[in-house]
Design a protein around this ligand. Structure first.
Ligand code: NAD
Length: 272
């Protein structure tokens, strides 16, 4: 029996970036809890294999829409399809984002003094303006419907500076690598976008919160895993499944008086 406080069955979710590692896990977990889930992503096939996602797509509880979240027309078109099929969404999870990939050009991951502005603009365009667009279009529809919950996926790197010591192993191997500033400033912007919208829509029945995960296990190199574990109060990276509980909470009636908040799921990283 589902606790009514956490019951999401029959509700509709949009998960952006739902073909990525975290988004796929969230979309699948929400579908398993009875939600109908629309994924908005550049890709329409999972980048990482989760059997649950494939099953839910086959069963029609998850539908994938090819959509660039920075393209307002594309987001409006996707929402029109979701609305026609299932009605106005109850939940929007903004998980689509980009970061410097492991093979990023040296300039992007080099010293701060040399980082090209166009790499910052690219990251901020997706990670901030993409969230703004989805909130405008989908959050706006929720506000007109008089209910909804938005979860903006942030990062500990938007709350605290990256510990560049985590990447010592890359520099020791001869690479000139620094975790870039673009990701940090883009994720910190979400904290105040969340607070802005929480107050803007407070009386429209739309709650807006940030979820701040940190360090999801994804076959990182051993020296990174060891350096991370030595700094983590829980002594380990996060399993991707460990973000779902926070999203279920923020989506459900269990959090009916929670808005403008930041739920930190970081294994205690920010506690010392
Ligand atoms: N992986 C981590 O350790 C970690 C830690 C903290 C926060 N996060 C955050 O969690 C979220 C998901 O991260 P992830 O690790 O699953 O990343 P990922 O790269 O696996 O997934 C991101 C997804 O976003 C999609 N995407 C990128 N640009 C898009 C656009 N313009 N329009 C639509 N879709 C777009 C990609 O196609 C991809 O499927 C991100 O917001 C990320 O910043 C991740």
């Amino acid at each position: 029996m589902t606790d009514p406080l956490f019951d999401l069955s029959g509700r509709v979710a949009v998960v952006t970036g739902g073909m990525g590692q975290l988004g796929a896990e969230l979309a699948t977990g929400l579908a398993e809890r009875g939600m109908r889930v629309a994924i908005l992503d550049l890709e329409t096939a999972p980048r990482v294999g989760t059997a649950g996602l494939a099953t839910a797509v086959d069963e029609g509880t998850i539908r994938a829409h090819a959509c660039d979240v920075t393209d307002r027309g594309a987001v409006e078109a996707a929402l029109a399809l979701v609305d026609a099929d299932w009605g106005v969404p109850h939940l929007l999870v903004n998980a689509a984002a980009i970061d410097a990939p492991p093979d990023a050009p040296a300039a992007e991951v080099g010293p701060f003094e040399e980082v090209p502005l166009d790499s910052l603009e690219r990251v901020v365009h997706v990670n901030v303006l993409g969230v703004v667009v989805c909130c405008q279009v989908i959050g706006g529809a929720m506000a007109r419907a008089g209910r909804g919950s938005i979860v903006n996926v942030g990062s500990v790197y938007g709350l605290l500076s990256p510990d560049q010591g985590l990447y010592d192993f890359r520099r020791a191997a001869g690479e000139e690598f620094f975790k870039p500033v673009a990701y940090s400033i883009s994720k910190s912007a979400l904290l105040n976008l969340t607070r802005y919208l929480a107050t803007y829509w407070g009386r429209s029945g739309v709650r807006v919160n940030t979820l701040t995960p940190h360090g999801i296990e994804n076959r990182q190199p051993d020296p990174f895993v060891e350096a991370f574990a030595s700094r983590s109060p829980l002594g380990r990276l996060m399993d991707v499944s460990e973000a779902l509980g926070g999203v279920v909470y923020l989506a459900s009636d269990a959090s009916s008086y929670v808005t403008g908040a930041n739920l930190v799921v970081d294994g205690g990283w920010s506690a010392w």
